[in-house]
Design a protein around this ligand. Structure first.
Ligand SMILES: [Zn+2]
Length: 493
C-alpha cells in the first residue's frame, strides 16, 4: 500500500486521503491544502480493531493494515510539519475515535467535536484505564467542544462550518470544509434522514445545513461517509415502539416477566423510547451492562430521557432491560449472562428477548450462535422475519414470535447507518460540480437468506436439566476461548 492508495479525491488545491475503511475497520480522512501544507483531519478510526477485540488501545495491537495506514499518515503529516494539527470528529463511535489517543501522542493536536463525542472519548479512555492499572495520564487530549448546532471555525487556510446531523448517536456533526482559495467541500458524517421522535426537527436542521452550505456556489466535492450503503431508507428508532407495546399487552407475557432488549448502547434515542414505554406501562427500565448504564445516566443528565417513575404498587414487577452484547461483543452483558458471569443480568426461563438490533454482517456466525443458545434458555424470542432468517431459526419453533406478525406490517430493525435512499435525498440538496459525489454507491443487493423454514436443529431444543445447561455454558466458553475473544471468567453455578 502506498500514499496513492489513500487518495480518494484530488484537485489543484486539495487532496483528501482515506484509508480503505472496510479493510481497516475504521474511518479517517485528511484534507490537505497543497499550497501551504496545512492538513485538517476528519475522524480518526485507526486502532478500531484493537478496540473491537477489547484490548488496550494505548498499547495498540494494530492490524498490519492499520500499521501501514498509520505510517503513511504519520509520514504525510510529518513532511508538512503543521502545528498544531486541527482535527474534526463527526461523532463518538469507536470506528471514528479509536485512534485519537494514538495520534495525540504523535502530534500536537486540537480535536473539535460535540460534547457527546467528547464524553464518548473520555468514556473509552477511562474504560481502557480501568482495564489496565499502569496506564496513567500519558497523553493529554486537547478538545474544543462545539455546540451541536450551526457554527464556524477559522483554522488557518481552512474555514469549517458545522451543522447537526441525524445518526444513531446524538450530537453528530457534519462539516463544510472551505479554503481561503475558494474550495468548498461537503463532508457528511454517517447519516440517515429519518429522525427519532426524541430529537424532533433534527432532520430539517441537517438539510438546512447542507443547502445553506451550497448557497451561491456548488460544492467542489461531496463526501458521504457511507461507502457501504444498502438500498432503501434507514429506519428511525421509533419502529420498536409498536412491537414492544404488543408484547407488554400480550396475555402470554408473564406478570413478573422481563423483556430483554439487546442493542448497541450509543442508540440513546432507543433507550429513551424504552423508558417512555416503561413509564407508560408501569414497568421498570433497568439498563444492563456498563456501557448501557453509563449511556443512560449521561442521557438523563442531558434531559434526553425521562426519569424512571418509581412504581411502589406490588403488581408492577415487570422489567424492560436494554442491554449490551447484541453482537456478542466479549465482556458485554448478554454473552456474559449466557455464560453466567454477567454483573447485572441473568437469564431466567420466564424471560422474553426481543432483537431490536440487527446483527452486523461480520458477526453473523458468532452472534447467531449466541442467539440460538439464548433461544433455548428464554421463554419467548421475538424478532423481525429478516433477523430470524439471518440467524437461521425455525419460524415454526413455538418460542419464536415474528415481530412482523405482531404489528401486522414489515418490522425492520433500525441500522444506525444511512442507506442509498437517504443519500439520494441528500444528494438532491447538495449540488456538486462535475458530479464529484464520493460514497454515492451501493454494494450488491444483500442476498436474502434462504427460506426461514429451517428444520429445527439440535441447538433449538429446550434445556430441561441442569447438566444440559452446564454443558451449554461449557461449550459456549470453549467457543469464546477458541476465538481468543474473551478471558475465561468465573462461573456462577
Ligand atoms: Zn457511527
Amino acid at each position: 500500500m502506498t500514499e496513492q492508495d489513500l487518495i480518494i479525491y484530488e484537485n489543484e488545491l486539495i487532496r483528501i486521503y482515506s484509508p480503505n475503511i472496510h479493510k481497516a475497520g475504521g474511518t479517517i480522512f485528511i484534507y490537505l491544502h497543497k499550497p501551504s501544507g496545512q492538513v485538517i483531519i476528519v475522524d480518526c478510526g485507526i486502532g478500531f480493531s484493537a478496540h473491537k477485540m477489547n484490548k488496550d488501545i494505548t498499547k495498540p495491537d494494530l492490524t498490519e493494515m492499520e500499521l501501514v495506514i498509520m505510517r503513511l499518515i504519520r509520514d504525510l503529516i510529518r513532511r508538512r510539519n503543521p502545528k498544531p494539527i486541527d482535527a474534526l470528529l463527526t461523532h463518538g463511535h469507536f470506528d471514528h475515535i479509536a485512534g485519537v489517543e494514538i495520534l495525540s501522542r504523535e502530534f500536537e493536536m486540537m480535536w473539535h467535536g460535540s460534547p457527546t463525542t467528547e464524553a464518548m472519548l473520555n468514556r473509552s479512555r477511562h474504560a481502557n484505564k480501568r482495564s489496565n492499572e499502569e496506564i496513567k495520564e500519558n497523553s493529554k487530549i486537547k478538545f474544543n467542544p462545539l455546540k451541536a448546532e450551526y457554527g464556524t471555525l477559522n483554522l488557518g487556510k481552512f474555514v469549517i462550518k458545522y451543522f447537526p446531523t441525524v445518526h444513531s448517536i446524538p450530537e453528530t456533526l457534519s462539516f463544510i470544509v472551505e479554503t481561503i482559495d475558494g474550495f468548498k467541500g461537503l463532508h457528511m458524517a454517517e447519516f440517515r434522514t429519518k429522525e427519532c421522535s426524541l430529537f424532533p426537527g433534527l432532520s430539517d436542521k441537517m438539510f438546512r445545513g447542507v443547502t445553506a452550505g451550497a448557497e451561491g456556489k456548488e460544492y467542489d466535492v461531496v463526501l458521504f461517509d457511507a461507502l457501504r450503503s444498502e438500498p432503501g431508507i434507514s429506519r428511525s428508532e421509533d419502529t420498536i415502539e409498536k412491537p414492544i407495546e404488543k408484547i407488554l399487552t400480550s396475555p402470554d407475557f408473564p406478570e413478573e416477566g422481563a423483556l430483554i432488549l439487546p442493542f448497541i448502547s450509543s442508540k440513546v434515542g432507543q433507550i429513551g423510547i424504552i423508558q417512555k414505554i416503561a413509564n407508560r406501562h408501569g414497568c421498570t427500565m433497568f439498563p444492563a451492562g456498563r456501557a448501557m448504564a453509563e449511556m443512560t445516566a449521561y442521557a438523563r443528565s442531558k434531559g434526553w430521557i425521562e426519569e424512571q417513575i418509581k412504581f411502589t404498587d406490588k403488581k408492577f414487577k415487570r422489567l424492560l432491560i436494554p442491554c449490551t452484547g447484541s453482537q456478542n461483543e466479549p465482556g458485554a452483558a448478554l454473552p456474559r449472562a449466557l455464560e453466567g458471569s454477567a454483573r447485572d443480568l441473568c437469564l431466567v426461563p420466564t424471560d422474553w428477548l426481543f432483537m431490536v438490533q440487527c446483527i452486523i454482517p461480520q458477526y453473523k456466525d458468532t452472534a447467531g450462535e449466541m442467539y440460538r443458545n439464548i433461544l433455548r434458555r428464554c421463554n419467548r424470542f421475538v424478532a423481525g422475519y429478516s433477523d430470524i432468517k439471518h440467524i437461521g431459526l425455525h419460524t415454526g419453533n413455538n418460542k419464536v414470535i415474528l415481530a412482523d406478525k405482531l404489528i401486522g406490517e414489515k418490522f425492520e430493525t433500525s441500522s444506525g447507518h444511512g442507506r442509498l435512499g437517504d443519500q439520494k435525498l441528500l444528494k438532491a440538496a447538495a449540488p456538486c460540480k462535475n458530479n464529484n459525489y464520493i460514497g454515492y454507491q451501493c454494494e450488491e443487493e444483500p442476498t436474502e437468506p434462504a427460506d426461514a423454514e429451517v428444520k429445527p436443529s439440535e441447538i433449538e431444543k429446550p434445556i430441561t436439566t441442569k447438566s444440559e445447561l452446564l454443558t451449554l455454558v461449557d461449550n459456549y466458553i470453549t467457543s469464546l476461548n477458541q476465538r481468543n475473544m474473551a478471558e475465561p471468567r468465573p462461573r456462577i453455578y
